[in-house]
Design a protein around this ligand. Structure first.
Ligand code: SF4
Length: 285
């Protein structure tokens, strides 16, 4: 069986950067104890490595309730966070170790600027996703989140309202563009700013091509990773023999009976060692 691995599979630059920063953080020199706000990526194995290094995961509530001195350093993940986290860290004397992806920082900045100019902010992204929440908080905190086609019907602004439309960086670009067109039809002056990340776009485009050119597709990622699930949806819509797995052990031999070409891609949170594992298991099959 021919195995074709995506050239974009695995960590995107933002996640790679965050992982390397955390990996090289010298805990002896850092203000301790060191905590991370949520998971570094949506991948259990990566998060286990972070924990083994001696970094504990913390939630927003714990952060806001912490007494001074209980948290020495706080790591902000590649998805970023709202300004309130930086403020509370300042108040409690917590050192921030910021691994926010620079592209996410840019979207946060846009939300801030447009909100300060009186625009209503619309974010095309997943409701409840950490990155979306952070972008919203850098704006006025009242953004409308559009996750699905039907959410477009819930937009109820006045025709002359000033509107800015932004995207979660890992959003499906096709959906963002469609949503943007729909919003423009209703609100001709809406500013549509495509903030989807090229890493996401390239990976999705390639998945589309691979799904056409292979008999079966394997998409590696966590079930809680939005960009991995999106890759799977794209692939499945083209090639019904698309399978979503978290690790090599999830592969099933029967998927490959009569298959001569299999494409493999992976979401931005899948580490290289899991991808290598999957490839070597496929070779054995
Ligand atoms: S997908 Fe793009 S914007 Fe998002 S973390 Fe990765 S590199 Fe940064």
């Amino acid at each position: 069986m021919e195995i074709n691995l995506s050239k974009y599979a695995g960590f995107c630059d933002g996640v790679k950067r965050a992982y390397n920063m955390v990996d090289s953080l010298d805990l002896e020199k850092a203000r301790r104890p060191v905590f991370i706000l949520g998971s570094l990526v949506h991948n259990d194995e990566v998060n286990k490595k972070v924990e083994e290094k001696g970094i504990k995961k913390i939630g927003r509530e714990q952060l806001f309730n912490a007494k001074p001195g209980e948290i020495g350093t706080l790591i902000i993940t590649a998805h970023g966070s709202g300004p309130d986290v930086y403020e509370i860290a300042g108040v409690k004397g917590i050192e921030i170790f910021d691994t926010t992806c620079p592209k996410v920082t840019k979207v946060q900045g846009l939300a801030k600027v447009y909100a300060s100019r009186g625009h209503k902010i619309i974010i095309v992204g997943d409701e409840g996703h950490k990155e979306v929440r952070g972008i919203n908080e850098w704006g006025d905190g009242n953004a409308l989140i559009i996750s699905k086609e039907k959410d477009l019907k819930s937009i109820n602004y006045k025709t002359d309202d000033r509107i800015a439309v932004l995207a979660q960086t890992t959003q499906n670009e096709d959906f963002f563009l469609r949503a943007g067109e729909g919003i423009r039809e209703k609100y001709p002056n809406a500013e549509i700013i495509n903030t989807t990340c090229s890493a996401t776009h390239e990976r999705q485009e390639e998945a589309r091509e691979m799904a056409k050119n292979n008999d079966a597709m394997i998409i590696i990622g966590s079930v809680v990773s939005a960009n991995s699930k999106r890759l799977f949806e794209i692939s499945k819509s083209i090639n019904p023999l698309s399978y979503f797995i978290e690790k090599a052990a999830d592969l099933k031999r029967e998927w490959f009976s009569g298959i001569s070409k299999t494409g493999v891609t992976a979401g931005a949170s899948a580490p290289h060692w899991i991808i290598e594992d999957v490839i070597s298991s496929l070779k054995k099959i």
